[in-house]
Design a binder for this molecule. Structure first.
Ligand code: PLP
Length: 482
């Protein structure tokens, strides 16, 4: 797959789309063109983004958007689903095959959706089902109000153990602002204060003490491989369901970078994911499950979600087929090569990289330690010269989740665009130049106190224009849709 140059058919497709929109919706056409310029003229280092193929985008823009299909293939609550039944079955089978799973469920609209379905599938199996068994009635609608209340209460306050948000866990893993924290009694584990990596003995100790129903692993911002065999052992010791959210690194699993103990599919009872990060598909989610959980996952609609988005499922199928090809393995390996090279270059230029390197697509930089900036200032300063990335909270962050002390760099998108290891020296050097030339600006509080802002910054104008020129030169080498 190449995004540098569209082939003739892709070009005709995009031209056709633009001329249609020109007639029907000029503002949408204009926004499309503006976004194209935005993505074309900046260095996209956002770890959760990528560039999908035009085929993925085209499959999403189809009449499948018009079809309702509540239920599962061949067992629907809507008529006229004969074709989408075939589409969805083929998509689930491609997904199952790609990851070597027992079962795949491709209806979740997003990663957050997938996690919610997974939680409720686990609760259905472990908390609801034993009660239904005891009552001798499997049909929820036939339960007495008292029995239904018993079921609801059994599902509430079950224990979930997950990676702390500051250590790289996701909001949906029991963060208080998310519904997951209201559903579960949550205990988090953190990375080690010394190494900033997972300490499995510590996790085991905490799990033996807390005895969670669900032991959850997975991250949004953690740069190292995880030993899932070890987590399986811990889950077995405490009788927990092992759930893994591989939203970020699904492409590295599909591409064979994470194999053996580092492949969650072999060890987890249930694995959730997005389709749009390193996997390079449309925005969406999916779930893989071992056979014992499959019947509960399959009830995701109506348990959590409504009608599946069949147009997105069509695009997921295109993406899974792309990932099944041999060149996806090369892509996945190149992501890690690029990430390691960028981390090594930053370290060699004296920048503080968490854990000293990376095993995946993520590089975390402590901009507070290296440059005396908040993540927010670093993010804005880099954006001003054409590098797009996210600020990110770091373990034990003194600046909180809004300002943060870190930035998260991800190499999935640039690797799709064609960047190679030898480009990383220049990228690291521009980042160092810009952040080293950025200072927190002074600001005055409501009470008239003058201090250093955590948001506003000043970037030296000479460094700014030099960095802009160097980014433009880097981008010239790897055009997007030229
Ligand atoms: N899980 C993890 C680990 C994530 O990083 C994210 C998104 O960044 C999600 C779930 C949520 O995915 P979505 O934005 O598709 O809901």
């Amino acid at each position: 797959m190449s995004v540098s140059k569209l082939n003739e058919r892709e070009k005709r497709y995009v031209d056709g789309l633009l001329s249609l929109l020109e007639e029907t919706s000029p503002s949408v056409r204009q926004f499309y063109l503006e976004e194209l310029e935005n993505q074309r003229n900046t260095l996209k280092l956002i770890a959760s983004e990528n560039y999908s193929s035009v085929s993925v985008q085209a499959a999403m823009g189809t009449l499948f958007t018009d079809k309702y299909a509540e239920g599962v293939p061949f067992h629907r609550f809507y008529a006229g689903c004969e074709v989408v039944d075939k589409l969805e079955s083929e998509c689930a089978e491609a997904c199952r095959r790609l990851f070597g799973a027992d079962f795949a469920y491709v209806q979740p609209h997003s990663g957050a959706d997938a996690n919610l379905v997974a939680y409720w599938a686990i609760l259905s199996q472990r908390a609801m089902d034993p009660i239904l068994e005891e009552i001798g009635e499997k049909n929820m609608s036939k339960l007495t109000p008292a029995d239904f209340t018993r079921i609801r209460e059994a599902c509430h306050n079950q224990r979930l153990m997950s990676l702390d948000y500051y250590s790289g866990g996701h909001l949906t893993h029991g963060y208080r602002m998310n519904v997951s924290a209201q559903m579960f009694d949550v205990r988090t584990y953190s990375v080690s204060e010394k190494t900033f990596m997972l300490d499995y003995d510590d996790i085991e100790k905490a799990a033996l003490e807390f005895k969670p129903l669900v032991l959850l692993a997975g991250y949004s911002a953690y740069p190292r491989a995880i030993n899932f065999r070890r987590l399986r052992e811990i889950a077995d010791k405490v009788g927990a369901v092992l759930m893994v959210d591989m939203a970020h690194f699904a492409g590295l699993v599909a591409g064979g970078v994470f194999s053996g103990d580092e492949n969650p599919v072999a060890f987890a009872d249930i694995v959730t994911s997005t389709t749009h990060k390193t996997l390079r598909g449309p925005r969406g989610g999916f779930i893989l499950a071992k056979s014992h959980l499959a019947p509960f996952v399959e009830k995701g609609c109506p348990l959590v979600i409504g009608g599946p988005l069949e147009h997105v499922i069509a695009a997921k199928l295109v993406a899974f087929k792309e990932a099944l090809k041999d060149d996806f393995k090369t892509y996945a390996a190149n992501i890690v090569r690029n990430s390691r090279a960028l981390a090594a270059e930053l370290v060699s230029q004296g920048v503080s990289v968490l854990t000293g390197g990376t095993d995946n697509h993520i590089v975390l930089v402590d901009v507070n330690k290296s440059f005396g900036l908040t993540g927010r200032q670093a993010e804005s300063s880099l954006r001003s010269i054409g590098i797009t990335l996210n600020r990110n909270a770091l373990p034990f962050d003194v600046n909180g989740p809004w300002y943060t002390s870190g930035i998260r760099l991800g190499l999935g998108a640039l690797t799709t665009r064609g960047f190679v290891e030898s480009d990383m020296k220049e990228i690291a050097s521009v980042i160092k130049l810009v952040l080293g030339s950025t200072r927190p600006a002074k600001s005055t509080s409501k009470d008239g106190v003058v201090g250093l802002s955590k948001t506003l910054f000043e970037l030296d104008s000479k460094a700014e224009s030099e960095a802009k020129g160097r980014i433009a030169k880097l981008l010239e080498g790897y055009p997007l849709y030229s």
